[in-house]
Design a protein around this ligand. Structure first.
Ligand code: HEM
Length: 222
């Protein structure tokens, strides 16, 4: 059998008789329509604007006392990583220089499989309960009728939300600081934000946080 079947008729779909309905068994028609329906990948709701970098992780010293995770054991081993940096609010064509939180998503290609760790360049967050995330994002995103303002929290919807959410105040202090205008993705800190748990070979558990420190130091656009 050849690898490909030749399609000798691609301008008419299969019908039941000359005036009947289209048949679901016409796989060529169905695949053409499925392809057509998927030509545009919808933009991500948040973190649409991003840039990536390849690199590696090499531990300065073994973390065996704290964790049995294989990729954190041996200081002579380099683990390939990929990082996707992003802004949060702007659409995919928005500027990289806007005042916003920066996303910090790292994929570690370890011997045991891929380990994904999302972070931000600020160590805390706007909300304490995931159920409020759609409300936060609706408030910060542009007005639906005119798509303005882009990539900016400077509008009333957002401040309405913040004024009603006392737990967002700490994060707002960070968002209005120099950290929200990093000079480059190489000159900002990264934080796992959540608290994670390391478990060592003996089964002893400890809570940990992940913080990235830029070797170039922290610098802002202003
Ligand atoms: C409960 C609060 C949160 C919810 C519901 C939430 C939800 C989401 C969603 C829906 C996406 C888009 C995924 C996609 O379209 O591919 C996203 C992306 C992202 N989030 Fe969150 N998020 C929350 C909190 C956080 C926190 C606390 C951090 C920092 C640790 C964070 C960091 C990121 C990053 C870095 C991305 C982009 C990932 C990438 O570049 O691939 N988010 N989040």
């Amino acid at each position: 059998m050849s690898e490909h079947n030749k399609i000798d008729e691609h301008d008419n779909s299969l019908k039941v008789g000359s005036r009947g309905p289209t048949l679901m068994e016409d796989f060529h028609f169905r695949e053409k329509m499925t392809h057509f329906d998927h030509e545009r990948i919808p933009e991500r709701v948040v973190h649409a604007r991003g840039s990536g970098a390849h690199g590696y992780l090499q531990v300065y010293e073994s973390m065996a006392e704290y964790t049995k995770a294989k990729f954190l054991q041996d200081p002579s081993v380099k683990i390939p990583v990929f990082v996707r940096f992003s802004t949060v609010v702007g659409f995919r064509g928005s500027a990289d220089t806007v005042r916003d939180v920066r996303g910090f998503a790292t994929k570690f290609y370890t011997e045991d499989g891929n380990f994904d760790l999302v972070g931000n360049n600020m160590p805390i967050f706007f909300i304490q309960d995931a159920i409020k995330f759609p409300d936060l994002v609706h408030a910060v995103k542009p007005e639906p009728h005119n798509e303005m303002p882009q990539a900016s929290a400077a509008h009333d919807n957002f401040w309405d939300f913040i004024s009603l959410m006392p737990e967002s105040m700490h994060m707002i202090m960070w968002v209005l600081s120099d950290r929200a205008l990093p000079r480059s993705y190489r000159m900002m800190e990264g934080f796992g934000v959540h608290t994670f748990r390391f478990i060592n070979e003996q089964g002893k558990a400890r809570f940990v946080k992940f913080h990235w420190k830029p070797t170039l130091g922290m610098h802002s656009l202003v």
